[in-house]
Design a protein around this ligand. Structure first.
Ligand code: NDP
Length: 402
């Protein structure tokens, strides 16, 4: 039915390529392109061996719009799935505009020299995408992505008005490494070393990094210390659901992880400004990334589960209502299915689902959109079919104070 071009052959790109190949009735022709072609070839060989599907591969530097335009013209996809890094969002969107091709990503644009998480740069493309008659779907991973679909689903089916939202994200997995990040280390460390931020009574409240924390009880996992972080989907959620009085994002971290991070920060290894080394400019965080395990190498022997969901309080039929919607995902199971760990899997599967719904015309609207602006029902249905079963509970005592 459709040709799709996937950019980025890391942990997430691999899962997206596998899952597109496993849905070859929709994705009839798949190309995986990245900076290092050998990584695409390795993934293509695994896909051939595991699912009997042949995909094409290519080399591209997605920072260079002209290279992206050339590749798109050569292959002729209807949609580009961008699972490279956030730095490539704008050049790939420019290439899509130039060639009239739809666009999807899983993380908002960030400039390299400042860790700034906001949608303003990408929302500024809205009119140009509308005029070109093409669609960009932003942040269609798990968080951002499925968490916004969960919130939209809650709004549609369970609330007249939502007041309090807590997105809770737990990785209770064990990969056996002393220190590793589950997705691109540079992006991950930039995100969590920033001041935290949450929405309360119409404004952002900024807090020192990791300064608000408490144990949260996760289904099938138990209590895990969870920390308030700023996460990009909060920006679009409070805009699209203005009745929210408070919106927060919580993520679990182990003590061992936090100790490593503190030491790395204290010695300057998480800096993103260049330092002189042997006469060369080196960005310490980029160097750190080069010596840490890559996220796509963590899958083998990774055990335990992730649990990500939304806990919401509001009003239904004049009464207080609470609601919890979540997915648990098992690292060992996802490795068996697509050779990827659960953090890559929970990102890559929603990206494939978003792409599928766009190509089927179910989620197709020219312009630039966030996931909560689409009908959540077909997405939830696909999550249940594609390996991310959704669970929900209505009117339970929520573990947080309200
Ligand atoms: P990885 O570091 O494993 O992979 C990134 C890939 O992008 C690599 O293959 C890399 O190539 C490629 N790449 C980098 N720069 C370029 C470029 N200029 N041109 C072409 N390819 C390039 O990261 P992950 O797979 O873990 O993460 C991918 C994306 O998913 C990130 O944007 C991340 O923020 C996002 N993410 C979103 C989540 C969500 O829930 N929404 C959760 C987790 C991740 P090379 O191998 O040569 O370096």
């Amino acid at each position: 039915m459709a040709k799709v071009l996937i950019i980025g052959a890391g942990g997430v790109g691999s899962v997206v390529a596998h899952k597109c190949a496993m849905n070859s009735d929709v994705f009839t022709d798949i190309m995986l392109a990245s900076r290092t072609k050998a990584k695409c070839d390795k993934i293509a060989a695994d896909i051939q061996a595991m699912h009997g599907v042949s995909i094409r591969t290519a080399q591209v530097d997605a920072d260079v719009v002209a290279e992206m335009v050339m590749l798109i013209k050569q292959f002729g996809p209807e949609l580009v799935i961008n699972v490279a890094l956030p730095y490539q969002d704008l050049p790939i969107m420019d290439a899509c505009l130039e060639t009239g091709v739809h666009y999807l990503d899983t993380a908002n644009y960030e400039p390299k020299d400042v860790a700034k998480f906001e949608y303003s740069w990408q929302w500024a493309y809205k009119e140009r995408f509308e005029k070109a008659g093409i669609m960009a779907l932003l942040g269609c991973g798990f968080d951002p992505g499925a968490t916004q679909v969960f919130t939209a689903y809650a709004a549609k089916h369970h609330f007249d008005e939502m007041h309090y939202l807590d997105i809770i994200d737990c990785n209770a997995g064990n990969h056996g490494k002393a220190f590793a990040t589950n997705f691109n280390p540079e992006i991950n460390i930039r995100e969590i070393t920033q001041p935290g931020r949450y929405w309360e009574n119409g404004e952002w409240v900024e807090i020192p990094p990791m300064s608000i924390h408490k144990p949260i009880d996760y289904p099938e996992i138990g209590p895990k210390e969870s920390y308030v972080l700023y996460h990009e989907e909060l920006e679009s959620l409070v805009k699209n659901f203005p009745t929210l009085k408070r919106a927060r994002f919580w993520m679990t971290f182990g003590q061992e992880y936090l100790t490593h991070l503190r030491v790395l920060e204290n010695v300057g290894m998480t800096r993103i400004d260049p330092v002189k080394f042997n006469g060369m400019d080196i960005v310490p965080l980029e160097f750190l990334k080069a010596v840490l395990p890559a996220p796509d190498t963590l899958g083998e022997n990774y055990t335990g589960q992730t649990s990500i969901g939304c806990q919401i309080k509001g009003i239904k039929d004049g009464q207080d209502q609470t609601y919890y919607i979540w997915n648990n995902c098992d690292h060992a199971e996802t490795y068996k299915e697509v050779r990827g760990q659960a953090v890559s899997y929970t990102t890559g599967v929603p990206a494939m689902i978003g792409a599928m719904l766009m190509l089927q015309g179910i989620w197709m609207k020219p312009g630039v959109w966030n996931c909560e602006e689409m009908d959540p029902d077909p997405f939830i249905e696909q999550m249940n079919r594609q390996g991310l079963p959704v669970q929900e509970q209505v009117n339970i005592p929520l573990p947080h104070e309200y």
